[in-house]
Ligand binder design. Structure first.
Ligand code: GLY
Ligand code: MN
Length: 281
């Protein structure tokens, strides 16, 4: 059961001196990997499922926040592998963009470009890379940001923009980099609207008009736009993959604080094949 995996994980946290979790552990298998803040953790895992674990302990009053996605039977299937490789490339591109003086939003820009390239290559988006980015079509499968500040709270305080501009990264800042792709198990097709927009303008609109009026205006614009209904091949439905590390900005570049957690497909499959190594009393 998912909660039994959660129990083992939290046992390891406690045995290594962590008094608390940084947030409720997300242990989502199969279709539950597609639910962003899944908390029930009460499903029996099946052969062939993926298991997405987003969990972090608190240590010395500092929160951690790590996500890894594992194949339950120890081996990724070909479609799972294809999606995992895209998310991993996007995560590495996001991390590669982290250095002092870089804009915070460059991380999201780098990650969503790689995700979009991968989705286009697999035929999952109806247009080319530049158009899909300008129309934010990737958001059908990637509906969250690429990270957040991390500190004494898991989503720590701090501005992302200052006077309308993305903040510059400085040594000592800590944040997560966590792209993902999610394919609802019951969704046979996705609707893509042919209209370009800027996420910043949408944000400003929401602040200016309020969430309800902004949503209504968004729906009106969508109703006027041309649209393409594009199929989602069956083999991708039900796949949810997220990979998340914690990054410290240093004077020279960055440190991946969670570098010890297996991440490549080979590393993940290798650790799945190992015998358990639980700390003893
Ligand atoms: N760890 C959950 C989140 O970042 O929202
Ligand atoms: Mn996070």
């Amino acid at each position: 059961m998912e909660y039994q995996v959660q129990a083992v994980l939290e046992y390891v946290f406690r045995m290594n001196g962590s008094r608390r979790n940084a947030y409720p552990s997300i242990v989502g298998s199969g279709p539950n990997a597609c639910i962003l803040h899944y908390l029930e953790n009460n499903r029996r895992m099946e052969d062939g499922d993926l298991l997405l674990i987003d969990a972090g302990c608190e240590y010395g009053y500092q929160a951690s926040d790590i996500t890894r996605t594992f194949p339950v039977n120890g081996r990724f299937t070909a479609p799972q592998r294809a999606i995992y490789e895209i998310v991993l490339r996007a995560q590495l591109a996001g991390i590669a963009a982290t250095r002092p003086g870089q804009r915070y939003e460059a991380i999201h820009d780098a990650a969503r470009r790689v995700l979009t390239e991968g989705l286009v290559a697999l035929g999952l988006l109806p247009c080319g890379v530049e158009e899909s980015l300008a129309m934010h079509h990737y958001r059908e499968f990637y509906m969250h940001g690429t990270g957040h500040w991390l500190g004494m709270d898991v989503h720590d305080v701090g501005d992302y923009r200052i006077r309308g501009s993305s903040r510059e990264l400085e040594p000592g800042m800590v944040f997560t980099v966590e792209p993902g792709l999610y394919f609802d198990p019951a969704r046979e097709s996705a609707t893509f609207y042919l209209r370009e927009f800027s996420e910043q303008e949408m944000l400003e609109r929401r602040l200016r008009l309020g969430a309800t009026a902004a949503r209504r205006l968004d729906e009106e614009e969508k109703a006027k736009a041309e649209k393409i209904v594009h199929p989602i091949p069956r083999e991708f439905r039900g796949i949810g993959v997220r990979i998340e590390d914690d990054i410290l900005i240093t004077a020279e570049g960055h440190d991946v604080l969670t570098v010890g957690a297996p991440k490549t497909i080979d590393e993940v499959e290798r650790i799945c094949a190992e015998a358990p190594r639980l700390p003893r009393w």
